[in-house]
Design a protein around this ligand. Structure first.
Ligand code: URA
Length: 241
């Protein structure tokens, strides 16, 4: 580990922080960043991320800034910084949790099995993936695909919010509990949140309609829930029409 890295993005070295131990990762586990509980190092990293975001005006500038950002130690275990994929002028933005092993290797969001299922579901409602902008709450893979900590989410959230503001979508489709709980600052379970339209207000005042559904990885593990996710995709299609 690089010097000082274990002091960033958390209130203790992440390897010994109890909250960072994967705890029965289920689709309903909600993890909401609670800034008041974060260590000073994380608060400073968030401040630094906010300042960086005030200076960037394009996705390309943001990509470079995130690649150079040192406030989150996840970066040092990851092979790539995985920013959004697709059309940055899209009216539809899809947001997942974090890159998995394949995404980390490829440097591109949702290219593994989850991504293939996502592509199929999008195609089934007549949307080619390349028409959308697809990204994650975190640009770096948590080691072993563990759940991200509150501190990691809080430090990376300014970059996601800036990404949303630059893309300025009309519709945001959130994939899974971690994504929707983090962006919407909501601790409710995904089975309650999914399928209901919500609203997200960007820092510049623009509003987007938000719909949450199950994460494709969860659907791969629990195919019985595919019908509900399919209903959510149809809701998205109907609203866009
Ligand atoms: N799961 C996610 O949440 N994002 C990806 O990019 C891949 C898998």
């Amino acid at each position: 580990m690089m010097a000082g890295v274990d002091e960033t993005c958390g209130d203790a070295p992440m390897s010994i922080r109890p909250k960072d131990v994967p705890q029965n990762k289920t689709e309903n586990s909600s993890r909401r960043p609670a800034i008041s509980n974060l260590a000073l190092s994380s608060v400073e990293a968030i401040k630094n991320a906010d300042e960086i975001c005030q200076q960037v005006t394009s996705i390309e500038e943001l990509r470079k800034a995130v690649e150079n950002f040192d406030g989150c130690s996840l970066k040092y275990n990851a092979k790539h910084t995985v920013m959004g994929d697709g059309n940055p002028e899209s009216k539809i933005m899809l947001i997942g949790e974090a890159p998995g092993a394949e995404e980390d290797l490829a440097g591109k969001a949702f290219v593994g099995r989850s991504g293939q299922l996502l592509n199929k579901m999008l195609a089934a409602i007549g949307i080619d993936r390349t028409r959308c902008y697809i990204c994650n709450i975190l640009p770096w893979r948590p080691p072993g695909n563990r759940s991200p900590s509150d501190a990691e989410i809080a430090v990376c959230l300014p970059f996601l919010k800036k990404q949303i503001e630059i893309v300025a979508p009309d519709y945001i489709f959130m994939l899974g509990a971690v994504a929707v709980n983090s962006l919407m600052e909501n601790a409710e379970g995904i089975s309650k949140l999914r399928g209901k339209w919500m609203e997200y207000q960007m820092q510049n005042g623009k509003k987007a309609k938000v719909l949450a559904s199950y994460h494709p990885a969860y659907l791969l593990r629990t195919p019985a829930q595919k019908a509900k996710a399919w209903a959510d995709f149809l809701r998205l299609k109907k609203e866009m029409e």
